[in-house]
Design a protein around this ligand. Structure first.
Ligand SMILES: [Zn+2]
Length: 469
């Protein structure tokens, strides 16, 4: 009898992370329980059917709070899962706000879609889960410290290893005990950056027998991170000081927003920019920032040192976090230069859509795009250089300057993935599975790895189960 590993998401795609490890005695460990994202017609179906019975899962190991890794946990619990969900303490804190926000989005989406469905005589869609189901799910969470070995049963132990992707994120090292020869598995989770403004670089790990590695940017490298702070200064100078305009930045609430705030804080505190009214206009971003502020032990050396001079790197005098909708609406009549950071990152929902519709036609303003955006999303259409975009059903001329920063990715680029994998011993490695990437990026990365001396590389298909011998 061997262990098996099933790939039930993030297989030849970047979302829906779900990996089911089954031991010879039938103990089942689910690594992540992520939501499939995107607009494909399959997405809803994939999110409603796991491909396995939630009641048969004994425990969940959660690598981080991003919704494409955690977003279906409430559905897993509602579907009969009765075990514990293990994660780090910051991941637990972040899931409280991220899953509640996700439930809110599910309910809004269902309401929106049902208007049309009911008028067409179709059956109403249920949201994937409700806020009550989120609260029930959160009761199953148990935080576990970094690097500490935990025994799941007599066959399997695991520990978290920091991987620099977002606050609280980890890789997982698993030890499968067998007579004579134990097996060591490492799941990379989402691998972060070696030069991050807040977090430590991904940590090395002991050489595994099986490696399961993400490959989102297996086919490209990111520009150097240090360049971006000067580029940011230049955009602010051009827009706010010279043209007296506003900068609108659609940004993910967790990660990107804090990186931007930290960069602006440094520019203001170092006297490189004057105090320009700056707003983080999102209750979720405000809550996420408060959680990042709570865990300085996760900061890298540079930020720890910086805090000796500036104890609050995520706050400065001209910065306001806005939670209330009425305060957000006051920004509409704000005169003069300003910087507005708001969710969502792809500008598909949230307050940033209102700010874009109010400001995109003024050539004095700028829209700064700092993250990945699906081609069909509003940010994606701006990224593609469209000169006219529809917002809330109304066409707008894009007259504001559109600036694109690629430096801020939370995922390792190709070189960084190679650096990460250098913890592996190529001769000991029985198999390297590439997950969490578009198929083309994975094929490109596989070629690079083969050239680099790796062999036995597999790109598993959705629903595939393999034996670990
Ligand atoms: Zn992630």
């Amino acid at each position: 009898m061997h262990c098996t590993l099933g790939f039930f998401g993030a297989a030849q795609t970047v979302t829906g992370s779900k990996f089911l490890l089954s031991s010879p005695l039938g103990f089942r460990v689910l690594i992540d329980c992520g939501m499939f994202q995107g607009r494909g017609s399959d997405t809803d179906r994939l999110n409603r059917h796991f491909g396995f019975d939630p009641a048969q899962v004994d425990v969940v190991l959660l690598t981080h709070a991003h919704i494409d890794h955690s977003g279906l946990l409430p559905r897993l619990v509602a579907g009969g899962f009765r075990g514990l969900i293990l994660c780090t303490q910051p991941t637990h804190d972040l899931c409280k706000i991220m899953l509640a926000d996700s439930a809110h989005i599910q309910e809004m989406d269902a309401r929106f879609l049902n208007k049309r469905r009911l008028s067409q005589g179709k059956r109403a869609l249920e949201p994937l889960y409700t806020i009550d189901e989120v609260n029930t799910c959160l009761e199953a969470f148990r935080p576990i410290d970094l690097n500490e070995w935990t025994e799941l049963n007599e066959e399997i132990s695991f520990r978290w290893i920091e991987n620099g992707h977002i606050l609280g994120s980890t890789a997982i090292e698993l030890l499968l005990k067998r007579q004579g020869n134990d097996l060591r598995l490492v799941f990379s989770g989402d691998v972060g950056r070696y030069q991050h403004s807040i977090l430590k670089p991904p940590a090395a790990f002991p050489p595994p027998d099986y490696m399961i590695c993400e490959s989102t940017y297996g086919d490209e490298n990111h520009p150097e991170a240090e360049v971006s702070i000067e580029k940011l200064r230049q955009v602010v100078e051009r827009t706010c000081l010279q043209r007296k305009g506003k900068i609108i930045i659609p940004a993910f609430s967790l990660g990107r927003t804090q990186e931007l705030v930290l960069a602006l804080n440094k520019l203001v505190e170092d006297g490189l920019l004057p105090a320009i009214p700056t707003f983080v206009d999102s209750p979720l971003s405000a809550s996420a920032t408060a959680i990042v502020q709570k865990y300085p032990s996760w900061y890298n050396v540079e930020l720890k040192n910086y805090r000796l001079e500036d104890p609050d790197p995520f706050g400065f005098e001209s910065l306001t976090y806005i939670r209330e909708k009425a305060d957000s609406m006051k920004l509409n009549s704000l005169k003069g230069p300003a910087i507005i950071i708001a969710a969502s990152g792809m500008a598909e929902a949230g307050r940033v859509k209102h700010h874009l519709s109010n400001h995109i036609e003024n050539p004095d303003n700028a829209v700064l795009l700092v993250g990945y955006a699906e081609p069909g999303s509003l940010a994606g259409r701006l990224l593609a250089g469209q000169k006219e975009v529809s917002i809330f059903g109304e066409m707008h001329q894009v007259r504001a300057e559109v600036v694109v920063f690629k430096e801020y990715s939370a995922h390792a680029g190709q070189n960084e993935l190679l650096q990460y994998l250098s913890s592996c011993d190529r001769s000991k490695l029985k198999k390297l599975f590439l997950v969490h990437g578009e198929h083309q990026a994975q094929e490109t990365f596989k070629k690079v790895l083969l050239r680099d001396g790796y062999s036995r590389i597999e790109i598993p298909e959705m629903g595939e189960t393999v034996e670990l011998k």
